[in-house]
Structure formats: C-alpha cells, structure tokens
Design a protein around this ligand. Structure first.
Ligand code: NOJ
Length: 750
C-alpha cells in the first residue's frame, strides 16, 4: 500500500491548496454530478436489447455474503442467477481474485455481458483501520479527511471493489443516536466540508465526461438522504419531523456539497420525514435532489428498506412498495429482492412504470460506464497490492490529529518524563474497540492499544481494589473510560449516555487515591460526563482511533505532538439536555443563570454543554489580533492575525462564526462559516483570511435562498464558546442558489 501523503502535519501550502479546492468546488455549476451524455448511445443501444427481466435484474443488488463472512453466499445457485442476468450488483463481497472470477461470469456467460458492480461498507478503512469518521471530523482538516478517504479507496480498489457506502453526511444533534460515530457531527458547514473531502478522496477530482476514474479511486455513496440524523429521541430508524427550514439549512447542505464534489451515488434513508418514508419520498428524492438540484447519479435504497414501506404503513403489498420506491427515484434495491420479485407485477398493473424502469436502468448502466467497466470490466482489483503492508504511518498521523484535549488544569499534560504511571481501565487494552464499529477487513490483532504503547505504565483493567492500589503507587493516573465499539453504530441508540457499567464506581475508587488523573475518553459518541469528570484535572477525547490508537495517544500524552482536534459535536452535561446544538435560535427568554428568572433552561442543571462545539485545547497559547473586514459588493473578506504565544510548535483551529442579529425570522445565535487549522512555531504569527460570499448568510424562506439586507455579525475564535474577536459587515438584499452552509469559504493562510 502506498502511504497517502508524507510528513507529520500539513504545511501552510497544503492548507491553501485545500482551501482553493474547496472554493473551486463551491462555485462549480450545480449539476456537475457525473455526466451521462458521453455514454448515451451505448446505453440506449443496450437498453433496446434488454428484456424487462434483464432490466429489473440490473436494479437488483444482492448480498454476496455477510458483513463478517464476505462472499459466503456466492454459491452455484447465485452464480446461475448472474448468468441469467438477474443481478446488477453485489454487496458484502471483496477480494481481487474472487471478484474477478465473478465478474468474468457476468461478462462472458450472461446474454448481454453487462459487468456487475461490487460494493461494500468501507467506512474508515478497508485493511488499514483509521479513526472513526467522527474522530477524523474532529481534526477540523478537510485535507486530512481527504487523505483518509483516498487511502480507504486505494485499499478497497485493490480488493476489486467499485463502490463504497461512504460518506455518511447526516448531521446529528442528538448523540443518543448510535450512528453519530459515522458522521461529522452537529454542524451543517463542517459536515459539508467533510462530505466533499471524502468524496474527493474516494472518487478523485471531478472528471470530464467520458473520463474513467484513476486507478485506486472508487464510487462514493452519500447517505442517508435525508434527515436520518434527526430521528426522534435519537432512536435509530425512527421518524424525523423537521421543519422545512431546518431540513434545508441543516440536513440537506452536506448532500449538496457532496453532489457538487461529484458523488456518483446517493442512498436513501430508512426514516420518514414528516410521515413520508425517504424510500418513497417523491418530493425530496425526485423533486429536490433530481429536480431542483439536477442530480444525475445513481440512487440506491438502504438495506431492505423497500419492503419496509409496508411496515411504515404506506404500501399494502410488495408490488406497491416497489412502485412507490421506483416513482420516488430509487434506482437500485439493496438486499430485499423486492424489485426483482415484484416490479414486473407492478408493471402489469401500471404501464406508466415502464419509462421509470428505463430511466433507473439508464442511471445504473451510466454509472458502470463512468467507472470504465464496459471498456475494461477488470480494471478494479490488484491481487499483489491487496497484500501490501498496512499504512501505519498515515494511520498514526491521522489518529494523533483527531485527539481533542478537553481539559488540562494545572498543566497535568504533557506527562513529565520520569513520572510513574498507572494505566487503569479495560478500554486501554481493548484492541477490538480501537477499531470502532465498522471494520471491513480490519483485524483486531493489527491494533496497537494504549497498554501496548505504554509498556512502562502499571496496568490494571479496573478491578477494585487493585485499581486503587495501582493508582496510589503512581505519580499520575491515566484512566481509560467510555464505551466499547459495540455501543455505537447502527441500531446502537441509547437512552442514557452517561458512563456505562461500573465505571463511575471505578472513577470514585481511583479518585480516592488522591493522584492527578488524566481521563482518556474512548467511544464513538460524545458522552454526558458532567458527574464523571468532576475534579478530574485533565481530559482527552480519543474516540476510536484505529490501528495506531495507542501510539497516537502516547504521542499526545508525552507532548511529542500538541493536540489540536476540536469537538465536531458538543458534549452535553446530562442526557436530558438532548437534542442540543450551539447553533440554536434565540428565544424571547434566553437561558438565564438566575433561577428566579423564568427562562429557556432546565431547573435542575447548569446551562449549556459541558464542552462546546469547536472546543479543544493546546499545549501552546494563541493570541488573536482585532479583525480587519473588507467589504466587497458580494463578499466580505475577514482577516485575523494569530500568534503562537506558547513555547511549543502547535496547530490552532481558527474558527469563524456569523450571526444575523435582526432578520424576518429568528436566526441561530452563531453559525460556523469558516475554519482553518494552522501550524505555528513558538512566536510565529500568520494571518488567516476568510472570503465569505453573501450567499453564505442566506436563509431558507418560502422555497428560496433569501439574503436579507442588513448587518451580519462576525465572531472569530478558538471555539464557539471562546470568541476572541468580533466585527460586522453588511449585505444587500439578494438571492442564493445553493444551500448557504454548503458553500465553502475560501480560507488563505498568509
Ligand atoms: C444499512 C446501513 O444503514 C447503511 O449505512 C449501510 O451502507 C447498509 N446497511 C449496507 O450495509
């Protein structure tokens, strides 16, 4: 495997290059999704020769194995179905050699020789397991996210895969939802940048019509369209009842950004939005995505979601469910065989479905053509590269960059070289959890745990009273706490996200030893830890960091690297505060610390999160100069000089927020609209320049993006709760064309 990129951290030039790319993608015309025209003649010809059964076969995606037993269902009967043209795609399959053999059957032994599409969930690594997506998002560095995606793509490509169901671009403001681990957190702007970075890493730069992807790139799938992160109570698969405005301003923007970056496929979500299941949502899939947005790529259902329309109560029979999904614009049926078994019946009852089938098949064949599969069905897969060594260097660097220092009172960190260390907590030695919830071909034995990375520490998994004894004989206690890998992910919603199990008792026992404690939080979601972290002076959020977890955490503990990750989603104090976001709208009675005043808060807890969105500390200190704001006719250019006043080299994540203080509707008290992760040597100063288009402050009103005339407040700082400088600019009335949060700010570091 080739390491993607080199060096310990991104240089200034890379930041600029990444920003320029972001800016370019922001201004690409809306319908840049892969062009269909170049392959039109070939596909029309093929379509004219296909039987209805062969067409429906293309719309059928079947599991060729199980997630943990890939290829296991590829028996003789299944291969015969391929020969008969009953399959368009397989998922849960992998391996250069087996997939080559399977493709050969489709190409040489089926009547029309149409190549198959091979798909798999490669979510944060194929063999080299990287940090989970939420952790990568905590790097606040799209270039780093792009490198992660490119590495995943390369390994998946080597294994013969064409397609991965990544990125998950669902905004999530309720971490009870277990799938929060797979996304980029609570913010539409940050999620948009991470979405486009992943698409670029997976698919490569947007290509010209007719140009196949470069070797090592695969088809991305932006999911789950839409509102999946808004499910009621954070319960996976439940209903989402979001307002039009929130849908357009918060949940849809990352999909638009992914589309403009060239994402070749989308997956519909399991949930309904305001009663209309997304698998049958003509207004949002057919109307918004395909109509207004002009999306031309392939749309696949989620697993078994078509027959589940019957459970939703919007279809009475599988044939009705198939017709509803087809009408909504779902081209391919994942895993349920409902199209395969019932679409022909539906057509008999309603001939108007026939052109819709042709359209769906055209999109599927176009996707195959655009991957170059008609020219060379074997261009994916390389058995020799499949066996290349793991990309440990990249894995460690990305893991280190994902760590967030939440608290560091009395400069407990970095650790002093001679300190006697107690390492307590089973998670410190849990290689399986280091890999996180999806693991593709990742192997537990490849993961280096914190225990292995700190052989000098005295380890105790957390048995009482042994743990207290170990703590008492050390100078400092590293306490690994949180959730294991199986507590987040699909169908892993929890009603209480305080510390699970007996860990609170463990903390209390260790605290009684009176030694300084560094809490090392592991898990795939922000937990509600107000009580657990009381009187703990140092706290590191380390998520699930992949195969190089231990060495990466050790790099930060010893100060080899100054931590610079930031929370992509805030950490509540208690579960009862959820859902929450820093970007809430102001009320008539804003939360007041004085309980005698009736205000928008809980009576039994403090106001706001335990740790804010964008929060993350450093071993250095940064000073921000006052802002300079240049007013242009359609943009504002905001510059701030940032100086490293500390004594170590460190990155600072400079964040820009906006607020429209007076508008026709209440606007969020702050919205992220730009950020840059900047590396600064001690004493070094750099100027970060944000170019913000006026369309980035547009609001969704009556079906349009409206820019209302007036003043816009600008806040620049180190987190949403640590604003260092403020300013204002004004905008004239106008209209936007794309979701405001999906537009990338040009960020230059000079
Ligand atoms: C269901 C999940 O919701 C989706 O994200 C995933 O890609 C499919 N299963 C396939 O495994």
């Amino acid at each position: 495997m080739i390491e993607v990129g080199t060096g310990v951290r991104m240089g200034r030039r890379d930041v600029m290059k990444a920003s320029a790319l972001l800016a370019a993608s922001a201004w690409a015309p809306v319908a840049t999704a892969r062009d269909t025209r170049d392959h039109g003649a070939r596909i029309r010809d093929l379509l004219s020769r296909m039987t209805l059964a062969e067409k429906i076969g293309q719309m059928n995606q079947i599991a060729g194995g199980r997630q943990k037993a890939l290829n296991s269902r590829l028996d003789a009967g299944m291969l015969d179905r391929v020969r008969r043209g009953e399959m368009g795609s397989f998922l849960h399959v992998a391996g250069a050699e087996p997939l080559r053999r399977l493709q050969k059957i489709a190409v040489e032994e089926s009547r029309l020789g149409i190549p198959l599409l091979f798909a798999m969930d490669v979510i944060h690594g194929y063999r080299t397991t990287l940090p989970v997506p939420l952790a990568l998002a905590a790097g606040w560095d799209p270039a780093m996210m792009e490198r992660a995606a490119a590495l995943m793509a390369e390994e998946a490509w080597a294994a013969g895969l064409h397609w991965t169901f990544t990125p998950m671009v669902d905004v999530a403001r309720d971490p009870r939802w277990g799938r929060v681990v797979e996304g980029a957190g609570e913010d539409a702007y940050l999620s948009s940048r991470m979405a486009e970075a992943q698409v670029r890493g997976l698919e490569g730069p947007v290509r010209r019509a007719g140009e196949p992807p470069a070797k090592g790139r695969v088809l991305s799938c932006s999911k789950h369209f839409v509102g999946y992160g808004a499910v009621a109570g954070g319960r996976d698969y439940d209903s989402a009842d979001v307002s039009e405005r929130t849908l357009h301003e918060v949940y849809l923007p990352p999909f638009h950004a992914a589309m403009r970056a060239g994402s070749g496929s989308f997956m519909t979500a399991f949930n309904d939005v305001a009663g209309v299941p997304m698998t049958a949502n003509e207004a949002l899939v057919g109307g918004e995505l395909r109509g207004r947005w002009g999306y031309q790529g392939l749309v696949v259902s989620d697993w078994n979601a078509i027959p589940e329309l019957i459970n939703h109560g919007v279809a009475a029979t599988p044939a009705e469910a198939a017709a509803l999904a087809l009408r909504a614009g779902v081209d391919m049926d994942m895993a349920s065989s409902t199209y395969a078994d019932h679409l022909a019946t539906a057509v008999t009852a309603d001939a108007s479905l026939v052109p819709l089938i042709d359209q769906a098949v055209t999109r599927i064949l176009t996707t195959k053509a655009r991957l170059g599969l008609f020219d060379d069905p074997y261009r994916f897969g390389d058995a020799a590269r499949e066996k290349a060594p793991l990309a440990r260097g990249t894995a460690r660097e990305l893991a280190t960059r994902s760590i967030v220092l939440l608290r560091n009172e009395g400069a407990v960190l970095p650790l002093k070289p001679a300190a006697r260390i107690a390492l307590i907590g089973a998670l410190a030695d849990d290689a399986s959890s280091a890999l996180g919830s999806w693991r593709a071909r990742g192997q537990t034995e490849d993961a280096v745990t914190l225990r292995r990375a700190l052989p000098q520490a005295t380890f105790d998994p957390g048995t009482d009273p042994a743990a207290a004894r170990v703590a008492a004989s050390a100078d400092v206690v590293l306490l690994a706490i949180g959730e294991d890998y199986d507590m987040t992910g699909e169908a892993r919603s929890r009603s209480d996200i305080a510390l699970p199990g007996a860990q609170q008792a463990l903390i209390d026992a260790v605290r009684a030893a009176g030694k300084p404690i560094v809490a090392i939080l592991m898990g795939g979601r922000p937990l509600a830890l107000e009580r657990a972290l009381t009187n703990i002076p140092a706290v590191l959020q380390t998520w699930f960091l992949g195969i190089e977890s231990g060495p990466a955490i050790a790099d930060v503990l010893w100060g080899k690297v100054s931590p610079a990750g930031r929370l992509p989603i805030e950490m509540p104090r208690t579960t009862g505060q959820l859902p929450m976001s820093y970007a809430h709208v102001p009320t008539g009675r804003p939360a007041n610390p004085d309980l005698a005043v009736d205000s928008a808060r809980y009576h039994d807890g403090a106001i706001g999160p335990l740790f804010a969105f964008g929060h993350g500390l450093s071993y250095a200190r940064f000073r921000y100069s006052p802002l300079t704001i240049e007013q242009r006719s359609d943009a504002a250019v905001i510059s701030v000089a940032v100086t490293n006043d500390g004594s170590v080299k460190a990155d600072e994540v400079v964040q820009l927020y906006v607020r429209d203080p007076v508008a026709s509707v209440a606007r969020p008290i702050a919205e992220l609209r730009g950020f840059g992760r900047v590396a600064l040597a001690p004493g070094e100063q750099r100027t970060v320049r944000f170019t913000l288009d006026h369309a980035q402050v547009a609001l969704w009103k009556a079906g349009k993006w409206v820019i209302e005339a007036g003043a816009i407040e600008v806040m620049v700082g180190s987190s949403s709760a640590d604003i260092r400088q403020r300013g204002r600019f004004s905008v004239a009335a106008g209209e936007g064309t794309v979701p405001a949060a999906s537009i990338a700010t040009l960020v230059e570091v000079v």
